[in-house]
Design a binder for this molecule. Structure first.
Ligand SMILES: Nc1ncnc2c1ncn2[C@@H]1O[C@H](COP(=O)(O)OP(=O)(O)O)[C@@H](O)[C@H]1O
Ligand SMILES: [Mg+2]
Length: 276
């Protein structure tokens, strides 16, 4: 009887041990899965930051090249514009056909000058005054510039602006940032929609969201939108420099800009900039 009891006890112990081992196995497995998930998460995070660094380097290199070319082209273009002006003055008889072509040349020169100015802005690094910028005030001012356009295109404007502290940036540059984001948003809604401008503060950062309910951006294009000269617009309608400039300016002040988009639903650009 004694041995039976002893054997039973051993069996019982074994069963208990077996249960514990099973439990430990499951725990270990869960840990393993958790670890795997965390590693995957961190790897993705790392890949994202690497992509961002690459993007910034690429932009910086292109910026230098673009600035050089823009400088070289600016002067001859100015001379062409002046000559056009004088030609126009001394043309004895201004026939309709001649006049029409003068107009075309002049407006195309204008277009080139806009592109060149954009390029120079894109690569500008010095002589920028940093000042306290009132984000809400600047947004309102920028919106007043495009308001007529909005109504004309059946776009409803929704503003949710919290009182936010001033940020450290350059006023003119920030104007360009907001104008570009707002213009892109309105251009994405040719049949109308909703333009939402939201400001708030998070951890000493001012967050500005510009959302539209427009055509959205396809997955394959999503990581190209900040590239210089990337555009899906018709020639003459877009140069593809807007978001490249936005990206450079925001980066200059240590800020971040993210884009989220769904085709046929809309797009949101979220910018964060440090409080002064
Ligand atoms: N709000 C938006 N909705 C949909 N597409 C957008 C939006 N903003 C930017 N994009 C896409 O990103 C491209 C690049 O924008 P941008 O750099 O401003 O150049 P551009 O407006 O001259 O094309 C646009 O051509 C468009 O395809
Ligand atoms: Mg644009």
């Amino acid at each position: 009887l004694y041995t039976v009891a002893q054997e039973a006890a051993v069996a019982f112990e074994n069963a208990k041990l077996y249960g514990e081992i099973e439990e430990a196995k499951i725990k270990l497995q869960n840990w393993g899965e958790e670890l795997e998930r965390k590693v995957k998460e961190k790897t993705e995070e790392l890949e994202r930051s690497q992509a961002l660094v690459l993007q910034s380097e690429k932009l910086a290199g292109l910026g230098q090249l673009a600035a050089g070319v823009a400088h070289e082209i600016r002067n001859p273009l100015g001379i062409i514009a002046t000559s056009m002006y004088y030609l126009n003055e001394i043309l004895p008889e201004k026939r309709k056909e001649v006049k029409k072509h003068f107009h075309i040349v002049e407006s195309e020169i204008d277009r080139c000058q806009v592109i060149i100015n954009n390029l120079l802005e894109f690569s500008r690094t010095s002589d920028i005054e940093v000042e306290p910028v009132d984000v809400n005030g600047l947004l309102n001012m920028t919106l007043s510039l495009v308001e007529k356009d909005l109504f004309g295109h059946d776009i409803r404007l929704i503003k949710k602006m919290e009182t936010v502290p001033k940020i450290k940036a350059n006023l003119d540059e920030m104007k360009q940032v907001f104008l570009n984001l707002i213009l892109n948003a309105t251009q994405a809604m040719p049949k109308g929609g909703e333009l939402r401008i939201i400001t708030s503060t998070h951890n000493n950062k001012v967050r500005i969201k510009v959302s539209d309910t427009g055509m959205g951006i396809s997955k394959e294009n999503l990581d190209k939108v900040f590239n210089p000269f990337f555009t899906t617009k018709e020639p003459g309608e877009g140069t593809g420099l807007g978001l490249a400039i936005v990206h450079t300016i925001i980066g200059r002040y240590g800020g971040t800009i993210r884009v989220k988009s769904e085709e046929e639903k809309g797009t949101t650009f979220t910018t964060e900039l440090s409080v002064l």
